[in-house]
Design a protein around this ligand. Structure first.
Ligand code: RIB
Ligand code: CA
Length: 312
């Protein structure tokens, strides 16, 4: 029985690979819909980019809604320096023709959770948590109906990637993250500690390119573009493929390992704004509100992505 998910996303090349992984794994996942949020690039582009990716995958049937165009309180911070001005630089694809669903992404999330059986829908945020927080505030009853939130965000021993202390998704909307991590919903967190072990490499990108389809050509182009920033910054062999870790965990959780921890979000100090304070060693009595992943079988992870892309 496929697991039912809503993907909330700010594409972004790594978001694109995550969406392709989900759409290419129909035995494991039912994608109920995809909601766009402002993050890597503004909402007008993320809501366009989701549809570009769906059309590339031959899935014009997917419900795509636009959500929040800014964080709850702070001004929007974007990441064109990483993802390019379109957010999907690296592949030249046509403008989408499939329409946006007229519903706001927050309303779509609430409507889905209130109509589907309780405990059957998993939320998969891949960007700032604005839409998820807004849904929880607008309709608190959804908290008990969400099966799990599996998100990409935060960092522990890896620190931050947009500031020394904060990872981008949490930094952009720390107040939304505070709402989500305080909602009492089961959370699984793909932090930088695990995503920085899921590095693209020449051979891994080549194995995707060797598939030789329109989808794999676009995916390889995105990976080539996306990794250059992190290779230059970290001097690593490749770039961390953050968001597909969320989807891969749903399909093959045995590829990952971690532990339950308390996670709190810094929303006061500008120096550490958006920092995820993760009690990895259990030195506090604070509730263990998240399953924090720290390690991944990278070869198995990339094999899963290549298999999914070859099915599209
Ligand atoms: O820090 C990495 C995260 O920020 C990823 O989700 C990437 O797509 C950006 O949204
Ligand atoms: Ca993202």
């Amino acid at each position: 029985m496929p697991r039912s998910i809503i993907i909330d996303t700010d594409p972004g090349q790594d978001d694109a690979l995550a969406i392709l992984l989900a759409l290419g794994s129909p035995d494991a996942l039912e994608v109920i819909g995809i909601t766009a949020v402002a993050g890597n690039v503004p909402l007008a582009l993320t809501s366009r980019n989701v549809r570009v990716i769906c059309e590339l995958a031959g899935r014009r049937d997917i419900t795509v809604c636009a959500g929040a165009d800014r964080p709850l309180l702070r001004p929007l911070v974007t990441a064109e320096h990483v993802h390019g001005k379109t957010g999907l630089d690296g592949a030249d694809l046509p403008e989408p023709t499939m329409p946006l669903d007229p519903r706001h992404g927050v309303d779509f999330i609430i409507e889905t959770l209130m109509t589907r059986a309780a405990g059957t829908v998993t939320l998969c945020p891949l960007g700032p948590l604005t839409n998820i927080a807004m849904a929880l505030i607008r309709e608190p009853r959804i908290a008990s109906r969400i099966k799990e939130i599996v998100l990409m965000g935060g960092g522990c021993f890896e620190g931050g990637n947009i500031t020394p202390a904060a990872e981008f998704n949490i930094f952009v909307d720390p107040h939304a993250a505070k709402v989500v991590f305080g909602a009492g919903v089961p959370i699984t967190m793909m932090s930088l500690d695990v995503t920085h072990k899921a590095l693209t490499s020449r051979s891994r990108v080549a194995s995707i390119k060797a598939i030789g389809s329109k989808v794999s050509d676009a995916a390889a182009g995105w990976l080539d573009f996306f990794e250059r920033f992190d290779v230059q910054k970290y001097g690593s062999e490749g770039g961390p493929l953050h968001d597909p870790c969320v989807i891969a965990w749903l399909i093959r959780p045995e590829l990952f390992s971690g532990r339950r921890c308390n996670v709190e979000i810094e929303t006061v100090s500008e120096l550490t704004m958006g920092m995820t304070v993760i009690d990895w060693w259990g030195v506090t009595e604070r509730p263990k509100n998240a399953h924090v992943l720290g390690d991944v079988d990278a070869d198995g992870f990339f094999a899963l992505i290549a298999q999914a892309i070859s099915r599209l």
